[in-house]
Design a protein around this ligand. Structure first.
Ligand SMILES: C[S@@+](CC[C@H](N)C(=O)[O-])C[C@H]1O[C@@H](n2cnc3c(N)ncnc32)[C@H](O)[C@@H]1O
Length: 345
């Protein structure tokens, strides 16, 4: 017998903008929802509880998140399928398990509290740990990047993805330190950055915050994944299906905002990378906006969960218009501003 799973205890990660996400998804009537960022299962659990007829496919690239979800799978009595993989491939992952289309898709972009709070994952300067930062199980780690990338590449990453104005100084100091030996730990890197980056006294912001963000985004190709996921969701959603995306910083939010603007016929030109009009075809109107602007957390949520403070939700509904052919090249980095002082060569 199918039943709700609202009794499953919440995980260590507090789901952000949960009520707003559920409202934007408008679940009644949906048969299959995809949670592209399973994490601790907060959204998945809430979706299963909200509609006893709903089936959920939940994806995560982190094998430990998938393993920790086994209890929820058992609770869900056949209504939940966990899939290990990247949400940029979500339409292919659905096809692999015999699902052709989805009615709802939700993405809660970024890193989970469990990942941030485990020193051995190397995401945070708050603990000393190996300089890893990989959400998934493979690919180069942050230590590989920090010890092997050219100075100009490091400066680009720290400037563009970390939005760190002192990116050139950070890159230079890393290169100098490399001559003395490999940089293997989060504490080593945080100390190096603190030597060249100053933050406002009393701001509570660690000097290495932006450098760590930049490296994490690069290690996990987070912006590329987001762009691929938006296009994959466009292909996978049925007409009338909904996509809700929660982001945590301006680089991600800008990509979602531009995509929805371009695909709802709102952007006159679109951007170079997400054109709003295709030559000879008129504007692409594959989505219509559900949220006219970003939905932000209220003060009560921020007080309860400070990690929610920079969250933004945007949602849109799929129209009947077929998804345009895949773009030849989506280069998100090229759409970002040039570094001050010419970090790019
Ligand atoms: C912010 S947490 C999601 C939390 C979840 N909404 C909840 O309420 O428990 C983000 C999760 O998405 C996963 N993730 C990040 N990028 C991913 C990607 N490209 N593909 C699949 N999973 C990804 C991370 O491993 C992490 O577990």
């Amino acid at each position: 017998m199918k039943r709700a799973v609202g009794s499953v205890p919440a995980g260590p990660h507090i789901p952000v903008l949960l009520d707003e996400v559920l409202a934007a998804l408008a679940l009644p009537g949906a048969a299959l929802a995809v949670d592209g960022t399973f994490g601790a299962g907060g959204y998945t659990r809430a979706m299963l509880a909200a509609d006893p007829a709903l089936r959920v496919v939940a994806i995560d690239r982190d094998p430990s998140a998938i393993a920790a979800g086994a209890g929820l799978v058992a609770e869900a009595c056949g209504r939940l399928r966990l899939v290990s993989g990247c949400f940029g491939d979500l339409d292919a992952l659905l096809a692999d398990i015999g699902e052709s289309q989805a009615d709802r898709i939700v993405l809660d972009i970024g890193v989970s509290s469990m990942q941030l709070d485990q020193p051995e994952r190397g995401f945070s300067f708050r603990f000393d740990g190996p300089l890893d930062m990989r959400m998934g199980a493979d690919g180069p780690s942050a230590a590989d990047l920090v010890n092997e990338a050219d100075e100009a590449v490091l400066a680009d990453i720290v400037y563009h993805y970390g939005e760190e104005r002192r990116a050139r100084a950070v890159a230079r100091t890393i290169i100098e330190a490399r001559r003395r030996g490999r940089i293997e730990t989060t504490a080593q890197l945080a100390d190096l950055v603190a030597g060249v980056v100053r933050t406002e006294p009393g701001s509570g912001i660690h000097p290495a915050t932006r450098t760590f963000q930049g490296l994490r985004i690069a290690v996990n190709d987070e912006l590329g994944e987001l762009v691929r996921a938006l296009h994959a969701a466009e292909r996978a959603l049925r007409p009338g299906g909904r996509l809700a995306v929660v982001t945590f910083h301006s680089l991600e939010d800008r990509i979602v905002k531009q995509f929805f603007a371009a695909r709802s016929g709102r952007a006159s030109q679109g951007s170079r990378h997400l054109p709003g009009a295709l030559p000879g075809n008129g504007p692409v109107r594959s989505f219509q906006l559900v949220t006219k602007g970003p939905v932000l957390p209220g003060e009560a949520e921020i007080a309860r969960n400070p990690r929610a403070r920079s969250a933004k939700l945007r949602a849109a509904e799929r129209t009947e218009m077929p998804a345009p052919a895949p773009l030849d090249a989506i280069r998100t980095l090229a759409s970002l501003p040039e570094p001050r002082g010419g970090a790019r060569r």
